[in-house]
Design a protein around this ligand. Structure first.
Ligand code: PEP
Ligand code: MG
Length: 559
């Protein structure tokens, strides 16, 4: 039995075989082949497998987000079998005698170059498709695992670290738990694990060894403990704890249908953070009042190319319809920093968290932004939509973004396409600049939602991805909490509401502080809704408000 200790970032206990996540190796070896017919057949087999994989992806997209969503994969299917493309590959293999992967790589690059130089913008966009399709065939030919988990049984997934783009593409039905060598509690991978309700332990370092693959492991996402080859006593103890947790969940489920109101009568909305239309059932199962943050960039992270307006429209429409008139706040694309997407070709930066990120990318690439805004406005007739901009630092950015919204609405008017006329516009307050300017920003928008993950990172000058800063990264730091109070005061002075959608929203040690400063909405992962409701209902804010605000604004030195 081997016990290793990390940091628990998504509560729950999971047991199963340990599976190591493998990444794509992209090195292509060029070689002349002896048997050209056999090599051609190898290509034909890989081509058939690519068509099969794309068919499955199209079906999945159709099931989860409608017909429009499947279009990209169907286009790719056609491209794999395109006669010109196939003929060029046949020449490279049969006439010139090169191995299939090298030929596919050459032909893919040549076709991409040809598309990229065409006049027509539609044809230009096909360059990325042909590259993607060629990558898929090469992956099959070289036997490198494209992505994800190739196991017949559900597993505990181990990795050095997982990028959000990797986490989002993994088949969730195959994952019982996560364990990673690196990472931090407010990284997007930890956030995703919490949203999916999957136990996760991070930061175990080199105590996690590849030779443990296939052995039984139990992870405790609360304490951060992981046990490999547990003995009978430890297994029994952990399983009892798991049963107790399930019992607690059942007890909390009695709070469904109850109000989020304190003993002294103060109400707060409790909503959920999601990253996928498929998360909606767990939002409803946990009786949340709405969606306070839909991280729309996860749609982009799950695609191999820019998601079309139609694909996005179907996804947003699904979330809005499934939420049946409850509030849905969709945050516009927040890529950059740890959420990098190859097809965006963002510049390489020394410090990406400080650079091209969130609204900055959207304002610099308005054509991409407008595609998303069109999809959002078109979907708005299916529910109660609010649009929220991330990574704001000042008033001009919000005005420019709102102008693009106006442009999109005018275009839809011209095309006779309907949209709701009550779509609210809000911003995330997640930079110190936005918090400090919140008195002015409040005049521009309908609401604020505080992203405490980034607000803490930028205020405390500690990278949220990095486990290292340790005690210096304290999200309870009064600098962060004072900023939140200032933002809440400025919001209310200007007649708008304020929420908290960062991970601190679920931190029960701060619930009374948030209520004391008048936060109107807390948006948390689905599993955190009922514990939070319980905490709110036990609280008496009138009794603690003066003391808590006094501590916050007074002389007390932390910790
Ligand atoms: C935040 O920064 O607190 C937030 C909610 O956004 P994200 O975690 O996606 O950056
Ligand atoms: Mg953020």
């Amino acid at each position: 039995m081997i016990t290793i200790q990390g940091q628990g970032v998504s509560a729950g206990i999971a047991a199963g075989p340990l599976y190591y996540y493998r990444r794509v190796k992209s090195e292509i070896i060029r070689a002349a082949v002896q048997d050209r017919d056999a090599e051609w057949q190898r290509f034909k087999d890989a081509q058939a497998e690519a068509v099969r994989q794309l068919g499955k992806l199209a079906e999945k997209a159709k099931r989860e987000a409608g017909d429009g969503a499947a279009l990209l994969f169907e286009t790719h299917q056609m491209m794999v079998e395109d006669l010109d493309y196939e003929k060029a590959i046949e020449e490279g293999i049969r006439q010139e005698g090169w191995n299939a992967e090298a030929v596919v790589s050459d032909v893919g690059a040549r076709f991409a170059e040809m598309f990229a130089t065409m006049e027509d913008t539609y044809m230009q966009a096909r360059a990325a498709d042909v590259k993607d399709v060629s990558r898929r065939i090469i992956g099959i030919l070289t036997g490198t695992v494209q992505r994800g988990v190739h196991s017949d049984v559900p597993v505990i997934l181990a990795a050095d670290d997982l990028a959000p783009s990797e986490t989002v593409q993994i088949d969730k039905n195959k994952i019982l738990g996560f364990i990673t060598e690196g990472g931090s509690g407010s990284s997007h991978t930890a956030i995703l694990a919490r949203t999916m309700g999957i136990p996760a332990v991070i930061g175990v370092g080199d105590r996690l060894k590849p030779e443990y693959a296939g052995r039984e492991i139990i992870v405790d996402g609360e304490t951060g403990a992981a046990v490999i080859d547990p003995d009978a006593d430890v297994r029994a103890h952990m399983m009892k704890k798991r049963d107790d947790q399930i019992g607690l969940q059942e007890m909390l489920s009695q709070l469904k249908g109850r109000e989020n109101v304190t003993k002294d009568g103060q109400s707060v909305r409790i909503c959920c953070n999601i990253g996928d239309p498929d998360d909606v059932p767990s939002v409803l199962a946990n009786d949340a009042g709405g969606i306070g943050l839909f991280r729309s960039e996860f749609l982009y992270l799950g695609c191999d190319d820019f998601p079309s307006e139609e694909f996005q429209f179907e996804a947003y429409k699904k979330v809005l319809s499934d939420m049946e008139g409850r509030e849905v706040i969709i945050r516009t694309l927040d890529i950059g920093a740890d959420k990098q997407i190859g097809y965006f070709d963002l510049p390489r930066e020394e410090n990406p968290a400080m650079g091209s990120r969130g609204l900055r990318v959207c304002l610099n690439r308005p054509e991409i932004f407008k595609t998303q805004l069109r999809a959002l406005y078109r979907a708005s007739v299916f529910g109660k939509l609010s649009i929220m901009f991330p990574m704001v630092t000042g008033v001009w950015e919000v005005r420019e973004a709102k102008k693009l919204c106006e442009q999109v609405r005018r275009e839809l008017d011209d095309e006779g396409i309907a949209y709701a006329d009550d779509v609210q516009i809000g911003i995330m307050i997640e930079t110190p600049a936005a918090a400090i300017m919140s008195d002015r920003l409040a005049r521009e928008v309908d609401f604020f939602s505080c992203g405490t993950n980034d607000l803490a990172q930028y205020t405390l000058a500690c990278d949220r991805q990095d486990g290292e800063p340790g005690r210096f990264f304290d999200p309870h730091h009064h600098a962060v909490l004072r900023l939140l109070k200032m933002v809440a005061d400025n919001a209310h002075r200007n007649g708008i509401w304020v929420g908290v959608c960062g991970e601190l929203g679920a931190d029960l040690a701060l619930t009374e502080t948030f209520l004391s400063i008048g936060v109107d909405e807390l948006s948390v992962s689905p599993r955190a809704v009922l514990p939070l409701r319980q905490k709110v209902r036990e609280s008496n804010v009138a009794q603690v408000r003066d003391k808590l605000i006094g501590e916050l604004t007074g002389d007390q030195i932390q910790p």
